[in-house]
Design a protein around this ligand. Structure first.
Ligand SMILES: [Zn+2]
Length: 249
């Protein structure tokens, strides 16, 4: 899995997740069918790319890494809406609805969130074999979608925060995420350096507030805006989306 150009990072490379019952991949820009400016492994239909290319890209990833699983995806709207596979229906193409978190406890399903600078986050509760994928950009972080998703999983009587494992994938980091003065004024000073916003620090504080300890958390060191093998909205404007795709083993 690790040596495929389509994969930027996978759970096999993760100190925290390699031995668990969940596997995930962060896709790269390479090995897909899309043409510039979506070249080439764009996984999102909503970017203006040709639909047939996106479908071919998704199929290539699924066949290579998640054969025998149905890929579910959401129409991401920068909300705090959580969709649970256990109580949802989906279309034949895997579309399950509008929202920004997808909770899954079913072995025959793979879930995907798509990003180009927003935070792709995975939450896993191994005791109840339930995971969530979250799309958390600035709006989603401000709406505390990560905490809300953790609380959703904790509704299960056997679930515990102390069991949970968290992965935060590549996203725009404080090196590149300059925001306007008026917007910056709406954030606590501790999350800002000049006018650069540190969403990772906000997510870490959220996790801490949910009793999740640093040893339960893995954060990719990669800034999507600095890394040319990932799509970046800030760097390129019109561009594709890379994916965080996860499934139970
Ligand atoms: Zn950067």
């Amino acid at each position: 899995m690790v040596n495929d150009e389509k994969i930027f990072f996978s759970s096999n490379q993760s100190a925290l997740f390699a031995q668990t019952d969940i596997e995930f991949v962060i896709t790269s820009r390479q090995g897909g069918f899309s043409q510039s400016p979506y070249d080439s492994l764009n996984l999102a239909y909503h970017t203006g790319d040709e639909k047939a290319h996106v479908t071919a890209n998704r199929n290539a990833i699924c066949q290579a890494f998640f054969p025998d699983k149905t890929l579910l995806w959401i129409d991401q709207i920068h909300s705090d809406i959580i969709l649970d596979v256990a109580s949802s229906k989906w279309r034949n193409d895997g579309f399950i609805g509008q929202g920004d978190a997808l909770v899954c406890d079913q072995k025959d399903i793979a879930c995907m969130v798509m990003v180009a600078d927003c935070n792709p986050v995975l939450v896993y509760e191994p005791k109840i074999r339930t995971f969530a994928l979250i799309h958390a950009g600035r709006c989603g972080v401000q709406k505390r979608i990560l905490s809300k998703t953790i609380k959703h999983i904790l509704k299960h009587p056997q679930a515990k925060a102390q069991n949970m494992l968290i992965f935060i994938g590549p996203s725009i980091r404080k090196c590149c995420y300059e925001i306007g003065k008026d917007l910056a004024a709406t954030f606590p000073e501790k999350y800002l350096a000049n006018n650069n916003l540190d969403l990772i620090k906000m997510l870490q504080d959220e996790l801490s507030s949910q009793q999740i300890k640093p040893h339960q958390i893995e954060i990719s060191p990669v800034c999507s805006c600095c890394q040319n093998n990932l799509f970046s909205y800030r760097r390129e404007g019109i561009t594709g989306r890379f994916g965080l795709i996860g499934a139970l083993r």
